[in-house]
Design a protein around this ligand. Sequence first.
Ligand code: HEM
Length: 65
Amino acid sequence: MADDAYIRESILSPAAKVVNGYKPVMPSFQGQLSEEQIVNLVAYIRSLGHSLDNAKGKQQEEGKK
Ligand code: HEM
């Protein structure tokens, strides 16, 4: 799962690294979030990490069948 710096960049400058298969439609939240809000969002997204990793693994396994 992504580290703090990557998640922060993905919120403030989403166009810098776009996930494969997605168009760069995500708006930048630069200037709209306080430092505290950014820290809280990063912590929340990190807390989702394990289930996302599992979902990805499952998709890859199903693709092999
Ligand atoms: C506070 C609000 C939001 C947060 C915290 C957020 C956070 C993120 C993060 C962390 C990623 C990277 C995911 C990864 O690498 O696995 C991402 C990607 C993405 N987001 Fe958001 N997002 C927000 C709002 C939005 C909005 C409003 C849109 C569209 C209207 C959007 C569209 C997308 C899309 C299409 C991607 C995948 C392509 C890319 O990497 O840019 N997001 N977002």
